[in-house]
Design a binder for this molecule. Structure first.
Ligand code: T46
Length: 133
């Protein structure tokens, strides 16, 4: 199974500023079926606290920074995202907690599936049980 990893996205920069672009199945390992973003996260608030059965995602900090804590049921890793030219690939079967959002930060998410509540583990023990199957 491919683990979580940082992906350097193509970026162009000149005197007018920066531009980054992403093509599904070229720069990231899936077709993009959904895009959403997290913003206006109040200080000390956390997002996530769930896992996904099939969903794969790329998380990008468009502004500010935040931490993404990942847990596959046996190993834990965390990533500080602060660069709009870098995406974090999060594979399926990964519990995630997003925390320490700085004021004004924006988290862009590219997802491999449309939204489905059936794909979520909202209970950590259920997630662990399925990881160990
Ligand atoms: C993830 C992190 C990074 C929808 O109706 N459609 C959507 O596409 C999404 C993402 C959410 N929702 C609904 C489901 C809930 O009623 O919006 C509500 C809040 O969702 P949730 O509490 O899951 O939001 P986060 O920020 O904790 O988690 C989200 C994603 O759900 C999750 O897949 O990896 O962002």
């Amino acid at each position: 199974m491919i683990g979580p990893k940082l992906i350097q996205l193509p970026t162009l920069s000149d005197h007018r500023g920066g531009l980054a672009f992403i093509e599904g199945n070229t720069h990231i390992p899936f077709d993009i079926k959904r895009v959403y973003y997290l913003y206006d996260v109040p200080p000390n608030r956390e997002r996530g606290a769930h896992g996904h059965k099939e969903l794969e995602q790329i998380l990008i900090s468009l502004n500010g920074s935040f931490e993404v804590h990942l847990d596959n049921g046996s190993d834990k890793k965390f990533f500080l995202l602060s660069n709009p030219g870098i995406g974090l690939y999060v594979p399926k079967m990964m519990w995630r907690d997003l925390k320490y959002f700085t004021p004004g930060s924006v988290c862009l998410v590219l997802a491999s599936q449309v939204y489905s509540e059936d794909d979520y583990y909202r209970n950590y023990q259920d997630f662990l049980n399925d990881c160990r199957k």
